[in-house]
Write a protein that binds this ligand. Sequence first.
Ligand code: SF4
Length: 235
Amino acid sequence: MPRRPGRPQSVEAVMRALARAIDGLELPAVEKISESQEDNPFQVLIATLLSARTQDATTLAASTRLFEVARTPRAVGELTVRQIQRLIYPVSFYRHKARHIKATCKILGERFGGRVPTSMEELLTLPGVGRKTANLVLILAFKSLRNICVDTHVHRISNRLGWVRTRTPDETEEALYQATDARWWPLINLYLVTWGQNVCRPVYPRCADCAISAMCPKIGVTKISKSPALAAAAR
Ligand code: SF4
């Protein structure tokens, strides 16, 4: 297929290389929950809300504790905010998130027949749900092929790769629709988040060990982590 004018040449090669390179690496928490819960939209929604600014292991443990007690909007909605707080602690902003979860369950029951809505516009009406959460729910729970979920990892790595030049995740999402072929859209989050958690970390990315280093201009990267081999040679 001819490349659209203005699209970075490296997208195809990088995505193919990452598909191989992430094999065997730890999956992001929400992906794991989605797989284990057979893409239950409510549980994907709640796990994604819990994951904001929270370590993956903490998200996974908190989601598991909550879903062991209550698994549906109705059951979670019957818990008190205090009970939800206790179950999800110590995720970041657990007090806010508990209130949002309780309010979300009420809205799902009153406006959406106890189901998670399937459109971006409706998802954005839920408390605490922004474009990142809505896109991830659409991709993981409803198998959308038309959405890109941009979190901090996707934003950072897309800019380091030179695919986009943007200041915010929302700008990055818009720019990525132009910069990448649609067949990669549902996979961009999985590949770049996995890479961001393991290799292309926010500080001291492991460029020396990176499978896509030869294709990466490393835009904005000033300090890189030494690979174990390089570190040993330097001693
Ligand atoms: S080469 Fe470095 S900056 Fe580029 S993707 Fe790999 S780790 Fe990130």
